[in-house]
Ligand binder design. Structure first.
Ligand SMILES: O=P(O)(O)OC[C@H]1O[C@H](OP(=O)(O)OP(=O)(O)O)[C@H](O)[C@@H]1O
Ligand SMILES: O=C(O)c1cc(=O)[nH]c(=O)[nH]1
Ligand SMILES: [Mg+2]
Length: 196
């Protein structure tokens, strides 16, 4: 699947939103990729995740586990794992706390795992997910995401494979361009941020 074909999936699902958004990192943006508009359609999700699985297999070889950060990573992690013939597990947090593997999830010794994110903006959530896996006996060999909106600049400390790389501007809250400052902001994600 080419970048244009993946973006066409996002567009036709209504997942490319314009407005004023507060992102997980606390940065603001005029663009939001509402991945849930993709993930509510299992057929579309399977198409996109099969393409991601192909990239993962090409880059990292055989994979036993896909690990994803909740909430947004759970559905693409599961579907990508299915395409790879791997197990799907996820990290989650108590509100405001760090990510952790719960529910008996483990990466056993000898297993090869890949972290699958939905969207990478600053890479913060991916790094927090990887930190939660650092003491697992198995190896996390790389990372992957559907869309890297950092222009390829997010540093996860591991290789990152993206189906699409975009370079979308983000702004600290005190440096908003006037056209953004004029619109009330919404925060779609699940990370708890301090009240503005
Ligand atoms: O690269 P980053 O700057 O961390 O931004 C990307 C993260 O933001 C979103 O998650 P969010 O915390 O908004 O919650 P969600 O997964 O519940 O949507 C998205 O799912 C990524 O995990
Ligand atoms: O950075 C984020 O929080 C983020 C950006 C985006 O486009 N989509 C998303 O789900 N999260
Ligand atoms: Mg997320």
């Amino acid at each position: 699947m080419t970048s244009d074909e993946v973006l066409a999936e996002f567009r036709s699902a209504g997942a490319l939103l314009e407005g004023h958004f507060v992102l997980s990192s606390g940065l603001h943006s005029a663009v939001f990729l509402q991945k849930m508009a993709i993930f509510t359609d299992p057929v579309r999700t399977a198409r996109v995740c099969a393409a991601l699985a192909e990239r993962i297999a090409d880059r990292y070889g055989a994979v036993d586990y896909v690990v994803s950060p909740a909430v947004g990573g759970i559905v693409p992690g599961y579907e990508t794992a299915r395409a790879l013939g791997a197990r799907a597990i996820f990290v989650e947090r108590d509100p405001g706390g760090p990510f952790a593997l719960r529910r008996g999830f483990r990466i056993p010794a000898g297993a090869r795992a890949v972290m699958v994110e939905d969207i990478v903006t600053t890479g913060l959530s991916s790094r927090e997910c990887l930190a939660a896996l650092a003491t697992e006996p198995g190896a996390v060999v790389g990372a992957a995401c559907l869309i890297d909106r950092s222009g390829g600049r997010a540093d996860l400390g591991l290789p990152l494979v993206a189906l699409v790389t975009l370079d979308i501007p983000n702004y600290p809250p005190d440096q908003l361009p006037p056209e953004l400052a004029a619109i009330p902001a919404v925060k779609p994600g699940s990370r708890a941020l301090p009240a503005a």
